[in-house]
Design a protein around this ligand. Structure first.
Ligand SMILES: [Zn+2]
Length: 339
């Protein structure tokens, strides 16, 4: 089903590349809304023990995507959305967003954004910066890959190596990650402990995360360079799975650290994981009380002014399959192509 949809998108995108179609598309007035793109990591993941599904694009692909956005879109910041809503005119407004605060955002993505003169928003989980540690999804990947390496080294080929060839490892990681997201928060650590034993890998040393996340100094440099910083909680829990009092700690703790370090209030927020069932009415209330103006979800589609909800601005996933041609099509016709 997915591959069918993808190939349909590819065929459409190939059509968009014809000069005649391009001229026609550029004459269209645009649409009323914002296409918010969601990235996580940029670069080359091939040798990495971490969760490969977090890599949104290679540096080369990101560079090409930015060239398309610079030419075809109006890339805006969250602070520009209020005026756009008021004026209500159609356009091709795009928001570039990054979640989690991986160091490659600063080292690879930021220089490319500067090269193209574009702005982006970085949603930070402040606990990762303050006490660097490996995120649970990366730890699951590390444990599964470690298990495979151990088994290969020991000359074992049954059953662990069979279940965990390279593609099998990615599939296992995806299954474990999906399961983790369904767990009540108080059971998540026990689950990680269980996988640590089952894989024989043990738990990941926090030192592994020493250079994984951006630092506050890097966040300040991003601000000076015209980027926007938003919040993404302290420890990245699925907010809907924890009681309101803990949600408050996660949101207010994050806002407090951003204010201390950057000297500005947290006005923009992205829900961890971001599916429709990952935030609640309590979450909305806490955000509103804290002065957050826009909160971003992550289940696809673009945000239409006609059904605008400032605390549920949908974003579209960016993965390595997003060719510059498809992105160009998405900017022209997000209702058709942004899923
Ligand atoms: Zn996240």
């Amino acid at each position: 089903m997915l591959s069918h949809t993808r190939s349909q998108r590819d065929r459409l995108a190939a059509g968009f590349d014809r000069p005649k179609v391009k001229r026609l598309m550029r004459r269209l007035p645009g649409w009323r809304g914002v296409l918010a793109l969601n990235y996580h990591r940029i670069g080359d993941h091939t040798a990495s023990p971490w969760d490969h599904s977090l890599w949104s694009a290679s540096a080369e692909l990101f560079d090409l995507q930015l060239a398309v956005l610079a030419a075809e879109a109006e890339v805006i910041a969250p602070g520009d959305i209020g005026a756009a809503l008021q004026d209500g005119k159609p356009g091709r407004r795009v928001l570039i967003t990054f979640d989690d605060g991986y160091r490659d955002n600063f080292e690879i993505a930021y220089p490319l954004l500067r090269k193209h003169g574009l702005t982006a928003t970085f949603f930070l989980a402040t606990g990762f910066i303050d006490r660097p540690r490996v995120a649970w999804w990366d730890e699951l990947a590390w444990m599964v890959r470690g298990s495979r390496a151990q088994a290969l080294e020991a000359g074992e080929w049954l059953p662990r190596t069979m279940a965990l060839d390279a593609a099998g490892a990615d599939a296992t990681i995806a299954t474990l990650t999906a399961h983790y997201k369904t767990l009540p928060n108080e059971r998540t650590e026990a689950f990680l402990d269980h996988v640590a034993v089952a894989t024989g890998s043990g738990r990941c040393d926090p030192d592994e995360a020493a250079e994984m996340w951006i630092t506050w100094e890097m966040a300040r440099e991003l601000r000076r360079g015209g980027m926007t910083i938003g919040g993404h909680t302290v420890t990245h829990p699925v907010l809907a799975r924890i009681p309101a009092a803990r949600q408050e700690e996660e949101i207010e703790g994050c806002a407090g650290r951003i204010e201390q370090e950057l000297g500005e209030p947290m006005r923009w927020f992205a829900y961890p994981v971001g599916a429709r069932d990952t935030f609640t009415a309590d979450t909305r209330q806490i955000l509103t009380r804290g002065g957050v103006q826009l909160a971003f979800s992550f289940y696809g589609g673009h945000a239409r002014f006609s059904r605008w909800d400032p605390l549920d601005v949908p974003r579209t996933h960016v993965g390595p399959e997003l060719s510059p041609e498809i992105l160009q099509g998405m900017v022209w016709l997000p209702g058709l192509l942004a899923r």
